[in-house]
Design a protein around this ligand. Structure first.
Ligand SMILES: *[C@@H]1O[C@H](CO)[C@@H](O)[C@H](O)[C@H]1NC(C)=O
Ligand SMILES: *[C@@H]1O[C@H](CO)[C@@H](O)[C@H](O)[C@H]1NC(C)=O
Length: 446
């Protein structure tokens, strides 16, 4: 029934998309009017601009950087090197904060809600040099020196999960950001898959822990043994077959970002349209529902940028973790291929003890993808867990870490205080952070 429902929604989207004409966005200069607003001044315009255009529209400095990984993926990073209203002198060396998006998302997550609530803007105003990564396969990193993501008969481009994102993409992007900014270490903030891939990096490439001053995991996902979202439970039940079926039909990409989603988002999700609840429900199926923190007016802008593309294998890998209740490398599908790849019949577990970067976990009670029990287990098993912070709002859910109306007050301000404290005084600085009484810092670790 769920799949039929989704099918109806998508079919309606396609029909409506065909009936609409795209907005004009060719002339970016025209858009560079005096936009100082805290919120989006035009959600349809924001849906049609890409991330660098969007940042320029709100009069922030932006740089586009590209790196090629050792296995040939060309990744695009976006940088906001300084602020617009504060800390806005170019050329001053600043501490680097590296931001990493979640599954099916992109760097757009960090700016889409506008200068008042987008984490990247807020950090730039607070005096940080902000770098945003894009994982292989998403809209900005859908290129390879040799492989074609759109090849009809080969899914070679798409043969990766978040194992490769953590093992290869993150180290490559972090090294590049450090070199360009002339720094030796940085702060890392990840959301959802942006935390999973960090834990992969910390355990598989432990030398990178030394490059991290502090790591902030928003809605941390490593173990998925407890209650799941409806959509992921369905995916998990097919995780053994999902990739083989997909590759049989020559399909390695999961839900490519296409104009269909953009126009469907605009047609169906705008205010006053009867379909708006459906838009909210798609979000709900994926990441949980929180009516109070959900700015439905922003739906068209969000759907202009999300989903931004991912491989089928990224979902299959999460599905394996849900079924197996562990945090392991990708199961190649047979004992023989596992043996060939890993030297063991079962894929090895990621060794979380090797993640020795100082980690702060920010989680919530109502998150279907990062259950409280799973977060507790992760915290216990990490090599150097420092603090665990529950969002003080019971209804707060997975996507709220990015899209919530009050994300800044509920989470970002605390993350920024922690980053500043770590930057100046390391772990000694933490105890002095305002609002300490609301924190669940483990005494032993401070
Ligand atoms: C929701 O978004 C719109 C458009 O960006 C903005 O005008 C409005 O103030 C936002 N509402 C809240 C409660 O933040
Ligand atoms: C899982 O969800 C069901 C309902 O969907 C609920 O009754 C149960 O208490 C939940 N279990 C946990 C461990 O949260």
């Amino acid at each position: 029934m769920l799949r039929e429902g989704l099918f109806v929604v998508i079919a309606t989207c396609v029909a409506l998309a065909a009936a609409r004409t795209p907005p004009q966005s060719e002339n970016i200069e025209e858009l560079l009017k005096n936009v100082d607003a805290r919120y989006s001044d035009n959600v349809f315009e924001d849906a049609s601009l890409d991330v660098p255009e969007l940042i320029r529209k709100y009069r922030y400095p932006v740089e586009i950087h590209e790196v090629t990984t050792e296995d040939g993926y060309i990744l695009q990073m976006h940088r906001i090197p300084y602020g617009r209203d504060n800390h806005n002198v170019p050329g001053v060396r600043k501490p680097v904060v590296f931001l990493m998006h979640g599954l099916l998302s992109s760097s757009a997550d960090l700016v889409i809600m506008g200068p008042g609530s987008g984490l990247a803007y807020i950090l730039a105003e607070e005096g940080f040099d902000v770098w945003m990564g894009n994982a292989r396969g998403n809209y900005y990193s859908r290129r390879h020196v040799r492989l074609n993501p759109d090849a009809i008969l080969s899914t070679a481009f798409w043969r990766f999960s978040w194992d490769e994102i953590g093992n290869i993409d993150l180290p490559t992007m972090i090294d590049y950001a450090l070199e360009k900014s002339g720094q030796e270490r940085l702060h890392y903030v990840g959301h959802s898959q942006g935390t999973t891939s960090f834990f992969v990096m910390g355990s598989m490439r432990p030398e990178y822990n030394a490059k991290i001053i502090s790591m902030h995991a928003l809605a941390p996902v490593a173990y998925m043994a407890n209650n799941r979202s409806l959509l992921l439970r369905i995916l998990a039940s097919y995780s053994n077959d999902i990739e083989s079926i997909a590759s049989l039909i020559g399909f390695g990409e999961f839900m490519p970002n296409s104009v269909v989603f953009t126009w469907a988002g605009q047609a169906l999700c705008r205010d006053e349209v009867v379909f708006q609840p459906i838009c909210s429900n798609i979000m709900f199926l994926i990441g949980g529902w929180n009516e109070d923190q959900h700015n439905t007016t922003m739906m068209p802008a969000i759907f202009g940028h999300t989903p931004a593309g991912a491989s089928v294998r990224q979902f299959a890998h999460y599905g394996q973790g849900i079924n197996d209740r562990g945090f392991r490398r990708y199961d190649q599908g047979s004992r023989i291929s596992n043996y060939r790849t890993y030297g063991s019949f079962r894929p090895p577990s990621y060794d979380l003890k090797k993640v020795t970067a100082p980690v702060f976990l920010h989680y919530s009670d109502n998150d279907p993808l990062a259950h409280v029990n799973d977060v507790d287990r992760l915290f216990r098993e990490l090599g150097r867990p420092i603090g665990k912070f529950r969002v003080p709002l019971a209804t707060f859910t997975h996507l709220d870490f990015i899209y919530a109306i009050d994300a800044r007050a509920l989470i970002y301000n605390r993350v920024i205080n922690l980053i500043k404290a770590m930057d100046v005084n390391g772990l000694e600085g933490i105890a002095a952070v305002e609002g300490i009484e609301a924190m669940e810092v483990l005494e032993d670790n401070v």
